[in-house]
Design a protein around this ligand. Structure first.
Ligand code: ITT
Ligand code: MG
Length: 198
């Protein structure tokens, strides 16, 4: 049985930590892997699942605690699913603003009907570093890529992601609203079911 008072989040992304902690509420306290190490593991997998497991195992090994990892990204239809698992590194590690600028540039002549995209989130939970049976949960969020950035909330590609069901960008949603409907919210919903927390 997992001791949830001591669950470490295998992520160096403050935006993810905030969202996941808000979704979990008070029942589970997520400790950041940053408390244990500043070294980020190389994400050498070819899929979200592989990278999520790799990050979770690494965090469990470093902390000695059960670990939850989130590997996520943006899959753009016109780009055959890119940037995908490379979303954080799309502009060679120059950060969110550069990633967004590059995406807008690559799609600059693409008409609205062909700008469909999905946010993807895979959560992996391991009880310990060698856990042979990680719990895996996936969430998708369908939308489309805007022609310019809009909104101040969230992180990453949120200002470029149009949310059809709310008629606004993901960065225009309040944090509470995003956490109800996002790819991460859907994956977390499944995880809570798997853990018997709901
Ligand atoms: O690997 P960790 O340490 O968790 O942090 P990271 O930022 O590198 O995370 P990923 O490797 O999973 O890359 C995910 C990238 O996808 C984008 N992304 C994921 N979820 C997002 C969201 O909810 N809103 C906007 N962009 C998101 C954003 O650019 C992230 O940096
Ligand atoms: Mg990463």
């Amino acid at each position: 049985m997992i001791n949830f008072t001591q669950l470490v989040l295998a992520s160096h992304n403050a935006g993810k930590l905030k969202e996941l902690q808000a979704m979990l509420g008070d029942s589970v306290q997520l400790r950041s892997i940053g408390e244990f190490s500043q070294v980020e593991p190389e994400e050498t997998g070819l899929s979200f699942v592989e990278n999520a497991i790799l990050k979770a195992r690494n965090a469990a090994r470093i902390s000695g605690l059960p670990a939850l990892a989130d590997d996520s990204g943006l899959a753009v239809d016109f780009l055959g699913g890119a940037p995908g698992i490379y979303s954080a590194r799309y502009a060679d590690g120059k950060g969110d603003a550069a990633n967004n600028a590059k995406l807008l540039d690559v799609l600059k002549d693409v008409p609205e009907a062909e700008r469909g995209a999905q946010f993807v989130c895979v959560l992996a939970l391991v009880r310990h570093a060698e856990d042979p049976l990680p719990i895996l949960c996936e969430g998708l969020w369908h939308g489309r890529i805007l022609n310019e950035a809009s909104g101040e909330h969230g992180f990453g590609y949120d200002p470029l992601f149009w949310v059809p069901e709310r008629d606004c960008s993901s960065a225009e949603l309040s944090p509470g609203d995003k956490n109800q409907i996002s790819h991460r919210a859907r994956a977390m919903d499944l995880l809570r079911q798997r853990l018997g927390l709901k």
